[in-house]
Ligand binder design. Structure first.
Ligand code: TRP
Ligand code: ZN
Length: 315
């Protein structure tokens, strides 16, 4: 959907000034800062089309897209083909976990300052119990569509953009840890920030923003505030998804989350709608995490926020 963003006409001098402020947190992160290129609206229909494809892949591969199974590799192939056709430089990173081969997919958008890399990622594997459409087809599809939007816009950010789809998150963030551990310290130091998207279309959604790097957090929070949507800080997730290895390596992190197995409170239902006393995602890690297990409004808003942050933090 079309979402309005504050005015952005402006002077390059101001942009230069905003990119100077940094001390241990991502630079140039002021949301709606003058001169920041506006992100396009992320078409939720396109994000849902990716989810339908991931569902078909699971259905054709024993009902899941889990690490080491044929449905995982088919998911990787689907995402990689889209990115290759859009002009990304893709790298398949192979690793072994629990005696099975896993893969991370890394996609670099050519150009930008290679000493300042902004990354956005999501885990592409499901649990073995089901197709993993909210967890985490939702994040994977929205990150893919954001990358495709970068290509459609032929966006020329100041910083270098890199997108990632992690394997074996459900086995304990194995793929993302492997990626971070295998970066040279030089390359690690070039990553200005990592944005994580794990479960962003929960059927009884909340709007949680990772309470981590202050500048990244503010970029997301201000975006939702501009839409009149209340957010809450996500703290429970600190060790629970692929941002953890980046955070542990001293890289600024942030992200969005619409809730998993925790129960929505009365206060949360009052501000977000939905059903109090029920989990944010009653199909978390179950066979019913299908394309029916998605709240389109949450998927749309979080996808738009993702694209906004990628643009704003890399401009
Ligand atoms: N990564 C978790 C999983 O797949 C999902 C999750 C639960 C989560 N709580 C979180 C992700 C908080 C981010 C933040 O099981
Ligand atoms: Zn999960």
């Amino acid at each position: 959907m079309k979402l309005s963003v504050p005015g952005r006409a402006v002077a390059a001098a101001v942009v230069a000034a905003t990119t100077l402020l940094t001390t241990g947190s991502i630079a140039g992160a002021a949301p709606a800062s003058p001169g920041v290129a506006a992100a396009p609206d992320l078409p939720v229909a396109n994000v849902k089309a990716h989810l339908a494809q991931l569902q078909s892949i699971a259905t054709a591969n024993g009902g899941n897209r889990a690490h080491g199974r044929t449905g995982y590799k088919a998911s990787i192939d689907y995402v990689k083909a889209k990115l290759d056709a859009a002009g990304f430089t893709t790298t398949l990173q192979q690793f072994t976990s629990s005696g099975r081969t896993g893969y991370n997919l890394i996609a670099d958008w050519p150009g930008g300052d290679s000493n300042q890399v902004v990354m956005a990622g999501s885990h592409l594997d499901s649990v073995t119990a089901g197709p993993g459409i909210n967890d985490n087809g939702s994040g994977s599809a929205a990150v893919l569509e954001t990358a495709l939007a970068v290509s459609r816009a032929q966006y020329k950010p100041t910083k270098h953009l890199r997108f990632a789809w992690w394997g074996a998150e459900e086995l304990g963030m194995v793929g993302s840890r492997y990626y971070v551990n295998n970066l040279s310290s030089t390359n690690r130091s070039k990553i200005s920030g990592y944005l994580n998207f794990d479960m962003i279309g929960s059927p009884n959604p909340g709007y949680f923003v990772y309470d981590d790097d202050p500048a990244i957090e503010k970029t997301f929070k201000d975006y939702f505030t501009g839409l009149g949507i209340a957010t809450e800080p996500e703290t429970e997730g600190d060790g629970r998804s692929d941002h953890a290895p980046f955070k542990n390596a001293g890289i600024p992190v942030g992200g969005l989350f619409s809730g998993a197995d925790y129960v929505k409170t009365t206060a949360q239902a009052a501000k977000w709608g939905g059903t109090a006393g029920q989990p944010f995602d009653r199909c978390y890690h179950s066979s019913c995490d299908t394309t029916s297990n998605i709240n389109d409004t949450a998927l749309d808003r979080n996808g738009d926020a993702l694209a906004h942050a990628v643009w704003a933090l890399s401009s």
